[in-house]
Design a protein around this ligand. Structure first.
Ligand code: FAD
Length: 407
């Protein structure tokens, strides 16, 4: 019996390994468009979260803005702890941090992809690269699969794991078999503004800040960063992921409110500022940040109030003090557009998971056709939730195809 997997991302490769291990008689081939599979894992920059640190079923709705109900079952079937055990058994050490579970220091991304490919080779999975699936049709025994160029294939079962943003072909094949595909919406994104306070020229991270979209009644904590390409940080990325569709329908034109001191005080920090005024009356406000705010951000907040540069704490009127407190606890930015967040490039949209049997990831519309990973309309907030969705759906699809083969 033959299983063909379209796409050698985390979902496709892991499903192939699970299937081959669980059914040694099953012939498993993965077809990958790129010459080098799993290349993004080795890309420069921040390491990617491999999975999430644990998943309380009650937090699922928050962790997966789209597909939370479906993920409820998938996470029970293949929990993050089991994925971590699997990675450890393959020699992939990890470390849990605030933003998810990451490869252990020293395990370069390229090596990580290599380790997964080695695990596939040991399981007897054949990976063919530089070969793009173009078309699929049902045959008497399963599927005929044609490439953009090169040989065609026959398979008893087909797993589509062509990803989200890059996986147009997978979505087209799903449509051919009668599935609907929800439109692609980037998520999460950086929010862009022309506001001078955000133009700092360097990256500024404020881990204790929170972000609010007052129009949408959405709020998130976890830090805000001012980046050359837009406003980001965990709070903004989370809120942008949770409200991806509403933000897209507003064409990203909205107000973003940032509380730079959310972790330190509830409400406005007026009392703290009054105490500072008494203790540091002779210091120049612009040069003396309150509450450990980064000096460059502080200067921008003070400049936004149009205070004369040499204003000292002692000469601030109560109204000015109140206005400064407002800048700290409720900086309002007029957002005009978005930029892609390259550190966590995820697509909301894809095949609705309700169109699949959750116990096998098999299409409810066409027998033998399975799907996994980001080609489904499931997306998570930053923190390894997207990768876990790929692993969990792949495990279900892989073990189910193996069980079908054994039968
Ligand atoms: C730069 C970057 C950083 C990220 N960081 C994180 C993170 O830190 N934490 C997290 O949880 N998520 C992160 N994500 C998201 C996460 O990588 C995805 O959710 C996950 O990779 C989805 O896995 P997948 O296998 O479904 O799809 P993909 O990883 O997109 O893999 C799909 C594969 O299919 C191939 N393919 C597409 N079309 C065809 C075709 N016609 N024929 C053959 N092959 C085809 C593609 O080349 C690709 O290799 C990141 C994504 C990116 C791009």
């Amino acid at each position: 019996m033959k299983l063909l997997v379209a796409g050698c991302g985390p979902a496709g490769l892991f499903a192939a390994i699970c299937a081959a291990r669980a059914a040694p008689g099953l012939e498993v081939t993965v077809l990958e468009r790129d010459q080098i599979p799993m290349r993004w894992m080795g890309a420069a920059g921040k390491p990617r979260a491999l999975t999430c640190a644990g998943l309380d079923p009650n937090l699922l709705a928050r962790a997966y803005p789209h597909g939370s109900e479906f993920m409820h079952g998938a996470v029970q079937a293949w929990p993050p702890a089991q994925m971590l055990d699997w990675l450890r058994d393959e020699g992939i050490e990890t470390r849990a941090e605030a933003g998810g579970v990451f490869p252990a220091p020293g395990l370069a991304g390229q090596r990580l992809g290599q380790k997964l490919l080695e695990a596939a080779a040991r399981a007897g999975v054949r990976v063919q690269t530089g070969i793009a699936v173009a078309e699929v049709a049902a045959s008497t025994n399963g599927f005929n699969v044609w490439m953009k160029s090169g040989p065609s294939f026959e398979a008893d079962r087909l797993l589509l794991a062509t990803g989200g943003r890059a996986g147009q072909t997978g979505w087209n094949i799903a449509k051919y078999f009668g599935h609907s595909v929800h439109p692609f919406v980037p998520s999460p994104v950086l929010l862009q503004t022309r506001d001078a306070r955000a133009q700092t020229g360097v990256e500024i991270d404020v881990p204790g800040a929170s972000a609010t979209l007052p129009q949408l009644g959405a709020e998130a904590t976890g830090g805000v960063s001012l980046l050359p390409s837009g406003i980001g940080g965990n709070a903004v990325l989370e809120i942008a992921a949770r409200r991806a569709h509403e933000l897209a329908s507003l064409d990203y034109k909205c107000i973003l409110e940032v509380n730079w001191v959310a972790d330190a005080v509830t409400g406005q920090p007026t009392r703290t500022l009054r105490q500072m005024q008494q203790a540091r009356a002779r210091k120049i406000v612009a040069e003396d940040p309150a509450m450990d705010l980064p000096p460059k951000l502080w200067l921008k907040l003070v400049q936004a109030m149009k205070l004369p540069e040499d204003t000292r704490w002692g000469s601030l009127t109560p109204a000015r003090l109140q206005s400064l407190a407002g800048q700290m606890a409720a900086s309002r930015f007029k957002i005009e557009s978005r930029a892609m967040n390259k550190a966590g490039w995820v697509a909301s949209g894809g095949v609705p998971p309700e169109e699949l049997d959750p116990s096998s990831m098999e299409s409810r519309l066409h027998k033998g056709l399975h799907m996994a990973g980001e080609m489904l309309d499931v997306d998570g907030i930053p923190g390894g939730y997207n990768m876990h969705a790929a692993w969990a759906t792949a495990w279900i699809a892989g073990t189910a195809t193996a069980a079908a083969c054994r039968e």
